[in-house]
Design a protein. Structure first.
Length: 105
């Protein structure tokens, strides 16, 4: 394709431009999340506001939380438990008959 050839030529002639464009067009490796309460302290404007935690956290690739205390890990575990419990009720509300039809097919 012509665009592939043009991209390779530009990449060979100007390797720094290709690297700079790739860095600006990708998702950052980590994000910061903070509680979305009015009394939340030290919430930076770059952080994502979420209502389900009471502390500021750093989230890396594959949603891995970094540098958490034991109490913060327990709080995150409670959030995950409530989310899984809600998912269970949603799946069960679909009805067992739809799952039986999938198994039979």
């Amino acid at each position: 394709m012509p665009w592939t050839i043009i991209r390779k030529i530009i990449g060979a002639l100007f390797p720094g431009v290709k690297h700079r464009v790739a860095r600006t067009m990708t998702i950052p490796a980590t994000i910061s999340i903070a509680p979305s309460r009015p009394d939340a302290k030290d919430a930076s404007p770059e952080s994502k506001q979420v209502p389900y935690i009471s502390f500021e956290a750093l989230v890396g690739r594959n949603s891995a939380f970094h540098l958490l205390t034991t109490d913060q890990l327990d709080e995150i575990g409670g959030v995950e438990y409530r989310a899984l419990n809600a998912l269970l009720w949603i799946v069960l509300s679909v009805g067992p008959s739809s799952f039986v039809m999938v198994i039979i097919d």
